[in-house]
Design a protein around this ligand. Structure first.
Ligand code: PGA
Length: 245
């Protein structure tokens, strides 16, 4: 199982950040890989290559370098110890990342040596199942231009917008997650030859909390979680990781 802890802009206190890192180290093991996605300066401060905890960029720049003040390239993140990059998180999409931009960022992450965690998710669930075509569209438009080798490195995080930043009771139900994981695997299998897509990790994100983590991980086929608010408070983070251990 892979747990990606997306601190967003929740953490800017060094004592708290150190506490969260200690908790991650305590629970990280072979079958519970833990990746932290802190704000960029903290990533640079904390990350150590080869440590038990991995690091991810919360976003990467579209630019490849040059005279662009404030941008952080995939290469710079890789150099400061990141191995993953979130790409297309809904909070970045809300600030202007279109599918075209997401496609380019995927390419930047891969060429910069980072494993992209591609976030996809529908805004709402309708009874006619249109949400499935939203997910198909997001996956195919962003992944079609990648080579099979590149595609095999991509992690997909399914993050329905209606479930983000709420509480466990508003999160997806295990049955619905099982359906979605199968569906994402089906779409990936159409993009990748043979059985290669079975190796792509599929994560879930959206109000994963200590209360629902176990049931969402059990028999849903999900390979892990992209956790936001519950990963940014020591108490809930420790409880969550305990539930998943
Ligand atoms: P949440 O965020 O766990 O706070 O819902 C998940 C995410 O946006 O990655």
């Amino acid at each position: 199982m892979l747990i990606v802890s997306n601190w967003k802009a929740y953490v800017s206190d060094l004592t708290k950040a150190k506490k969260l890192l200690e908790i991650a180290k305590r629970y990280a093991r072979k079958n519970l890989a833990i990746v932290l996605a802190p704000p960029a300066p903290l990533l640079g401060l904390f990350s150590s290559k080869g440590g038990s905890v991995g690091f991810a960029a919360q976003d990467i720049s579209l630019v490849m370098g040059g005279a662009v003040t404030g941008e952080i390239t995939a290469e710079a993140y890789a150099l400061s110890g990141a191995t993953y990059a979130l790409v297309g998180h809904s909070e970045r999409r809300a600030l202007g990342d279109t599918d075209n931009i997401v496609t380019e960022k995927l390419a930047r992450a891969l060429s910069g040596g980072l494993i992209p965690i591609l976030c996809v998710g529908e805004e709402e669930r309708d009874l006619e199942g249109r949400y499935l075509s939203v997910i198909r569209e997001q996956l195919t438009t962003t992944l079609s231009s990648l080579s099979p080798k590149e595609l095999s490195r991509v992690v997909v995080a399914y993050e329905p917008l209606w479930a983000i930043g709420k509480t466990a009771s508003a999160a997806i139900k295990p049955n619905d997650l099982t359906e979605m994981v199968l569906y994402i695997r089906k779409v990936l299998s159409e993009l990748l030859p043979e059985k290669a897509s079975a190796k792509n990790l599929v994560l879930y994100g959206g109000s994963t909390e200590p209360e629902n983590a176990k049931s969402l991980s059990h028999e849903t086929g999900v390979d892990g979680f992209l956790v936001g608010h519950a990963s940014a408070e020591p108490e809930s983070y420790a409880l969550l990781l305990k539930e998943l251990s």
